[in-house]
Design a protein around this ligand. Structure first.
Ligand code: GAL
Length: 495
């Protein structure tokens, strides 16, 4: 049994679904720039210019949400749609609209960006679906990238101003906030591996700095919410942290156990440790980075993994719940940072490699080995390590590649098995799981895989002007799971 108020959700992100990349004076984001200027960076030269066209077809998305019977929908706001230059000096006021808020009888002047998100949020609330809103899902305004992006220390203040603008504008209706989605992915794929926007490859340096500023930005926004908005709005704020479950390849090997500890410290721990445990990075991570700096003759001054300033508001305690994105698991052994490695980089620092257990089927994308049991293990680990927080699984999903199967039986099995593991984590391990969000509501723009990888509960026909949405079998089964649990959770009729 799931708690009666369990959140049953699905998620999307602005750049992956909205399209309208320059509609109504929207500013350019780093993903617009990445796709337009480095088309070879994305499979097939695809871009999110139109995507699911949700900027125009948002009412169809609401229909999908209703058809699934969701209680919650997680969407992200496009920073550069709201603030084209990234700063609050220039709110998108060029296309002005008046809108009426019936609950307080006010006629307001607002920008088209604000108007767009008001329509979506109000539409959700009208059908009794609670919005969970992510402020940042990989799409920094390009104007801020040109000022140093996540590597600039100033980005934290700019993010805080943007966050306040959003809390102020939408916080009367939004009660669940995610500041930053997957800082690990933004930092590493965008600044170490150059496979995500902004396409930077400065191994062993830029990702740590970008990640550091994301933590500072997140903490600044959480403190603003806490000090200014919480008492009036009563919402909760967190950061969505992604992690594989990891365990030693050889359960008897102390080397594999140590490599596993590093593996978890460099993914989950990198962001969760500062927020939930000490206000600083895991000691294992700092020691590993410093060790390689010494070994490669780079020295530790300044340290590549930056230190938090005591003069800024602290990072510790800046999450009101744990937001976890889980997809897959790995078995871990040492590798990558031994004698032969001469290159500075996160791989060398980590000195651990994750392999897929041969019994785990690999689905559409090569990285996604199916291991639902890993979610239960990870939830249990989070309970033990991060002081028994309330947890929302803010993403979990399964991809198709190649010919589209509307009868996506494998995905149905993935969801069923994973949801059973969540139930066991609640019932048998006592983890306080408050909600589960499938990734994704719709097939959408899957970053460097373009449209070749489909994660939706709804199929989207990207060749049709109307981007027709059709429910997959997995959507029907997820709807049934939700309906079963929601009806069980109804209070008994007293008569
Ligand atoms: C996450 C990301 C989503 C989605 C998903 C599937 O890392 O937050 O935007 O792309 O992975 O790959």
């Amino acid at each position: 049994m799931f708690p009666h108020d369990f959140a049953w959700g699905a998620a999307t992100a602005a750049y992956q679904v909205e399209g309208g990349w320059d509609a109504d004076h929207k500013g350019e984001s780093i993903w617009d720039a990445f796709c337009h200027r480095e088309p070879s960076g994305v499979l097939g030269g695809h871009s999110g210019d139109v995507a699911c066209d949700s900027y125009r077809l948002w009412e169809q998305d609401l229909r999908c949400v209703r058809d699934l019977g969701l209680t919650h929908y997680r969407l992200s706001l496009s920073w550069s749609r709201l603030l084209p230059h990234g700063t609050t000096d220039h709110v998108n006021q060029t296309g002005l609209w008046y809108y009426y808020t019936p609950h307080n009888n006010v006629l307001r002047l607002c920008s088209t960006g604000v108007r767009y998100y008001n329509q979506v949020i109000n539409g959700l609330i009208a059908c009794n679906v609670a919005p969970m809103v992510t402020l940042y899902h990989f799409d920094l305004p390009q104007a801020l990238q040109e000022r140093g992006g996540w590597q600039s220390p100033h980005v934290a203040t700019l993010f805080d101003a943007y966050a306040r603008f959003c809390f102020q504008t939408f916080g009367d209706r939004v009660k669940l906030w995610i500041t930053i989605n997957e800082p690990y992915v933004c930092a590493k794929l965008g600044h170490e591996d150059a496979v995500h926007a902004p396409g930077i490859r400065q191994p062993g340096v830029a990702a740590y700095l970008a990640g550091h500023n994301m933590l500072r930005a997140h903490a600044a926004a959480w403190h603003s919410y806490d000090a200014i908005y919480r008492s009036k709005q009563g919402g909760l704020v967190s950061m969505a942290i992604n992690s594989d479950w990891a365990e030693p390849l050889d359960p008897e090997s102390t080397e594999d156990a140590a490599a596993t500890e590093r593996y978890l410290a460099f993914t989950l721990g990198w962001f969760a440790w500062p927020v939930f445990v000490t206000g600083d990075y895991p000691e294992v991570m700092r020691a590993a980075v410093d060790r390689q700096s010494e070994r490669l003759g780079r020295g530790n001054s300044p340290p590549r993994l930056p230190r938090f300033s005591k003069d800024e508001p602290g990072i510790l305690g800046t999450a009101d719940f744990f937001a976890l994105n889980y997809y897959t698991s790995r078995k871990v052994r040492p590798g990558g940072g031994r004698g032969g490695e001469t290159l500075l980089g996160m791989k060398t620092d980590l000195d651990a490699e994750g392999v897929v257990d041969p019994s785990w089927p690999v689905c559409g994308v090569p990285w996604l080995a199916v291991a639902p049991y890993g979610l239960r293990k990870l939830l249990k680990y989070i309970k033990a390590t991060f002081n028994h927080p309330a947890v929302y699984v803010t993403e979990n999903g399964f991809a198709q590649m190649g010919p589209v199967l509307m009868d996506d039986i494998q995905r149905c099995g993935y969801y069923q098995d994973t949801i059973v593991e969540v139930a066991k984590a609640i019932e048998e391990d006592g983890v306080n799981v408050r909600g589960y969000f499938a990734w994704s509501l719709l097939d959408n723009f899957e970053w460097s895989d373009g449209y070749s990888v489909r994660f939706g509960l709804f199929h989207v026909d990207f060749s049709a002007g109307e981007r027709t949405r059709t429910m997959y079998r997995s959507g029907r089964e997820y709807a049934q799971i939700i309906s079963k649990h929601r009806s069980r959770a109804q209070p008994e009729n007293p008569s």
